[in-house]
Design a protein around this ligand. Structure first.
Ligand code: PEP
Length: 252
């Protein structure tokens, strides 16, 4: 049985004060949740304060990115050990905004995954096609390239520590959600790919989140698909009420 995982990617939103206001609400309103794993991913500057506030609660903290080196002359970068010390359990890697705006390659993402695992944190590896790629019917090829590149060299045990997030780029922040059929089809493709790269047992255990305009009114429809195990949420994670509704989605 895969435990659903709902993660909020706050992106470059919320200063320390605003972050604490939000998690104060979440901690209280989500205190009764035990059947869903809940993760919040604030900006770097708020990680430590948010972690301190959430310590002992059922909400975990994740970062949105990191660099792969341990320390040194990498101006502006943050290392996995710094994130670990700040209280992170998860690190989102390969988000489409990182791939598109900051030109991150699968090879770079692969190195970051290695670095995150070596600090005993858990990567959330994002993949997803652009609208142009979907219209050209190359979605599966794109996903396969991103995942085989990102996962290169990892053992089965390492694979089991990861979460995959399928996020069609055309659905991120646009209000256009993939239909449940479109999302399920790609999630199934991803699970079959993991089974080919590792084993069916591992593929059955790995959680695959959907991301792209997930809102309280579409979360249950998506979550009730057999291969959708969670959601990576941007916009709707910025308000306590909508994030709480997402976490408390209606189960079949
Ligand atoms: C995201 O940034 O990962 C995301 C899915 O954003 P949104 O929910 O706003 O589409």
């Amino acid at each position: 049985m895969r435990k659903p995982i709902i993660a909020g990617n706050w992106k470059m939103n919320k200063n320390v004060t605003e972050s604490l206001e939000l998690v104060k609400d979440l901690r209280f309103k989500l205190a009764d949740v035990s059947d869903v794993e809940v993760v919040v991913c604030p900006p770097f500057t708020a990680l430590y304060s948010v972690y301190q506030f959430l310590k002992g609660s059922n909400i975990k903290v994740g970062a949105q990115n990191c660099y792969f080196e341990k320390k040194g002359a990498f101006t502006g970068e943050v290392s996995p050990s710094m994130l670990k010390e700040a209280g992170c359990t998860y690190v989102i890697l390969g988000h489409s905004e990182r791939r598109q705006i900051f030109k991150e390659s699968d090879e770079l993402i692969n190195r970051k995954i290695r670095a995150v695992l070596s600090e005993e944190m858990l990567p959330i590896l994002c993949c997803g096609e652009t609208l142009e790629e979907r219209e050209k019917n190359v979605t599966n090829e794109v996903i396969k390239r991103q995942l085989t590149g990102g996962l290169k060299g990892f053992t089965e045990d390492e694979m089991l520590k990861m979460v995959i997030a399928y996020e069609p780029v055309w659905a991120i922040g646009t209000g256009k959600t993939a239909s449940k059929e479109q999302a399920q089809e790609v999630h199934k493709f991803i699970r079959d790919l993991i089974s080919k790269l590792y084993s069916q047992k591992t593929a059955d255990a790995v959680r695959i989140q959907y991301g792209g305009s997930v809102k309280p009114d579409n979360v249950s429809i998506l979550m009730n698909e057999p291969d959708i195990d969670g959601a990576l949420v941007g916009g709707a994670a910025l308000e306590a009420d909508s994030f709480v509704k997402l976490v408390k989605f209606e189960k079949k």
